[in-house]
Design a protein around this ligand. Structure first.
Ligand code: MSP
Length: 674
């Protein structure tokens, strides 16, 4: 029997002004869903909209229309975004769907009858944008601790869910199933911030909000939007509606992928509801990081989601669905935040898609057309120069599968592009243009081109879950089945003699400067006062002096010295220092220190722990995603008990302010600095 794979995105608030941050969860889920479908599994991929609640009620009232008149066009726009990005969901659920409403009422009725829901009076604070309740003690300076916005005081009759009763079972759930909540840092967050202190019962109904699901046992109350919303994961499968075949087949879900700010609803409230219903737990909740702009979450409410830069419709129209999908899947280290700039986006797609993959395909096809009349040449005998490439092809599926098993699309893509890079190197090593000049080398030329065509085919198949346009074009141009599954990921299946068509460039190469100038022009036209320097167009900040610091100890941040205060050194002295580019994939403050940050840095295939004295100049959130210069051969030391295996270089100004050194163009982590 085929394995079942049920995967969900959160359901989206119909707030409109969709930005690429919204697309992040859904594009990852789509890639995972396609990946598991290609493995032959029975996949159910759910997404949708979260339509009830005070926010919508207020917006509709403001416009003098009904909530549905307000929501419908926004839902249509979201569906259109998913269509443009080739999101292939199995159901788009709306919390206004009749079967969903029926399921929510069933859940409330069941919990009311079992005594898990009881009536009392709610007194506390409510954040409407987050649709979250808070006690006075939880507020931060009187504002919502999650989003920092105003809260309103509420006092009303309400039904409560006995959340407090489930705290010990939730803690045990985390303990017994380390995979249940990932990454592990989110477990610490839930335990330290919520569970340790004990849970209070949760107000789960409102009398002041009319736009919601009426409670079956007391219709003047409507359901709390989070209970309404979370129920979508089982209502979509027919739970509680009398038609629950899909529920029996697919539940428990393999994965609820959600943004980190809504982990607490998924990892505390949702398990408690399921426990109260006596239903099994989802297998995993993964709280991913955010797309940031200038170190802040890309968000409509923060007004940093400028449509000219971040509207998925605009981006897809300008650069294509494959480019947007690739950027989201490849650029942000999974589990961490990642800074978004137009420049990073363009550099990434130019480097990987247009240069590496695009060139490999076009060079291979051009040489086959020129030398073999547009037919796949005979494979011939492999030589030792071919072994590494062929063996990488043999390992491709296993490696990508392992990464995708860990939900790590960036690493899976990096495996595929390692093969692309190896094939480009193979072209340089075997120099087919030289072989082509010598008729005695025709068979060898055929073998080289066969191997290259095979790499193109294999990469195209492996890329199908991630990119939806180019892989099919590539497969078709080699006369291969566009619907090919992972069973075809074996070296040597390409048919000798099959027709090869020379494609026009599969990925256009964008002129970064020109694009940036055009985007800036568009922004300025729409907001003439826009300060160019603050737009998320460019990369690293510029203007700082860059003196190379002396390694004072095995860790910490390099502190700049004024020129000529040190004695002269030779190039041999300098060459003793190994400098590499690293990418910060996680960062936190070092406990009890106001100076030190603890970074986890990816340097090529290696991950290192580094402690730096830069906490006064960068927040941990700002550090994540940065590419920095690292002294990698310093003797490791422990700083405040934390291992430091290198030093991050900075420039220091007259006043002692530190500024990180970053490569001016997008450079892969692990690259040498010289
Ligand atoms: N309606 C709730 C979810 C209920 S699920 C039972 C909600 N909706 S949302 O529209 O605000 O967010 C939907 C998803 O988009 C969340 O996973 C959220 O984290 C994600 N993103 C919104 N902005 C984002 C970024 N800037 N970066 C990455 N993802 C972010 O929450």
């Amino acid at each position: 029997m085929a394995k079942k794979y049920y995967i969900t995105t959160p359901i989206y608030y119909p707030s409109g002004n969709w930005h690429i941050g919204h697309c992040y969860t859904t594009v990852i889920c789509d890639a995972l869903s396609r990946f598991h479908k290609m493995k032959g599994e029975e996949v159910y991929f759910l997404t949708g909209t979260d339509e009830h609640g005070q926010k919508v009620e207020k917006e509709a009232l403001k416009r003098g229309i009904t909530p549905l008149e307000f929501i419908d066009p926004l839902v249509a726009e979201l569906k259109d975004t998913w269509r443009m990005l080739d999101i292939d969901y199995d159901r788009f659920i709306r919390t206004t769907d009749e079967d969903h409403v029926k399921c929510v009422q069933h859940i409330y009725q069941k919990l009311y009858e079992s005594g898990d829901i009881y009536k009392a009076e709610y007194e506390g604070y409510y954040c409407t944008p987050c649709e979250a309740f808070w006690t006075e003690g939880q507020l931060k300076e009187g504002k919502c601790p999650d989003c920092g916005r105003e809260v309103t005081r509420q006092k009303e009759e309400s039904y409560f869910f006995r959340l407090s009763k489930y705290a010990p079972r939730i803690l045990k759930l985390y303990e017994d199933n380390p995979q249940f909540l990932q990454p592990t840092s989110r477990v610490n967050e839930m335990v330290n911030n919520f569970l340790k202190a004990g849970l209070t019962d949760l107000s789960v109904s409102r009398t002041t909000v009319k736009w919601g699901v009426p409670l079956p046992f007391d219709p003047k109350h409507t359901a709390y939007v989070w209970i309404d919303a979370l129920s979508n994961y089982i209502s979509a499968l027919g739970y509680g509606t009398g038609h629950d075949e899909a529920y029996k087949k697919y539940w428990p879900a393999e994965l609820h992928l959600v943004g980190k700010e809504i982990v607490r609803f998924h990892a505390i409230i949702w398990p408690a509801i399921l426990m109260a219903l006596g239903e099994p737990m989802p297998k995993q909740i993964y709280g991913h990081g955010w797309l940031l702009i200038g170190g802040e979450k890309l968000s409509k409410s923060k007004e940093n989601a400028r449509p000219e830069l971040t509207d998925p419709h605009e981006l897809v129209k300008r650069y294509g669905a494959d480019a947007v999908r690739y950027y989201l899947l490849r650029e942000i280290p999974f589990g961490s935040d990642g800074e978004y700039t137009t420049e990073r986006f363009l550099l990434r797609i130019n480097a990987d898609l247009a240069n590496d993959l695009g060139n490999l395909v076009s060079r291979t096809q051009a040489m086959i057309v020129q030398n073999f009349d547009g037919k796949v040449p005979p494979r011939g005998e492999a030589e030792s120069a071919d072994n590494e490439l062929i063996s990488m092809c043999g390992q491709l599926f296993e490696r990508v599968d392992a990464d995708m098993g860990a939900l790590n699309a960036p690493d899976a893509l990096s495996e595929i592009f390692n093969l692309v890079a190896r094939a480009n190197k193979y072209i340089d090593e075997t120099a087919p243009w030289v072989l082509a000049k010598d008729p005695a080398q025709k068979a060898r030329l055929g073998t080289v081109l066969y191997n290259l065509a095979e790499v193109c085919r294999l990469c195209a198949v492996a890329l199908k879950p991630f990119l939806t346009v180019a892989p099919k074009k590539i497969l078709k141009s080699f006369s291969c089945d566009e619907e090919a599954g992972f069973d075809t990921l074996k070296f040597g299946l390409l048919q000798e003699g099959a027709a090869v068509e020379k494609l026009p460039p599969v990925f256009p190469r964008f002129d970064v400067k020109k694009e940036l100038a055009e985007v800036e022009k568009m922004v300025k036209k729409n907001t003439p006062s826009a300060p160019a320097g603050q737009l998320p167009l460019g990369g690293a900040p510029s203007g700082a002096s860059t003196s190379c610091p002396p390694p004072a100890s095995g860790g910490g941040v390099g502190v700049g010295v004024r020129p000529s205060t040190k004695s002269e050194i030779t190039i041999d002295d300098f060459s003793k220092i190994e400098l590499k580019i690293g990418e910060v994939i996680a960062c936190e403050k070092v406990e009890k220190s106001d100076k030190l940050l603890h970074e986890t840095v990816k340097i090529g295939d290696e991950v290192r722990s580094i402690v730096s004295g830069i906490a006064k100049f960068y927040t941990p959130e700002e550090m994540v995603g940065k590419r920095v210069v690292i002294v990698t051969n310093l003797k490791p030391v422990k700083l405040r008990g934390v291992l430091s295996e290198g030093m991050i270089l900075c420039a220091e100004d007259e006043k002692g302010n530190l500024s990180l050194l970053s490569p001016e163009k997008l450079v892969e982590s692990g690259a040498n600095v010289r």
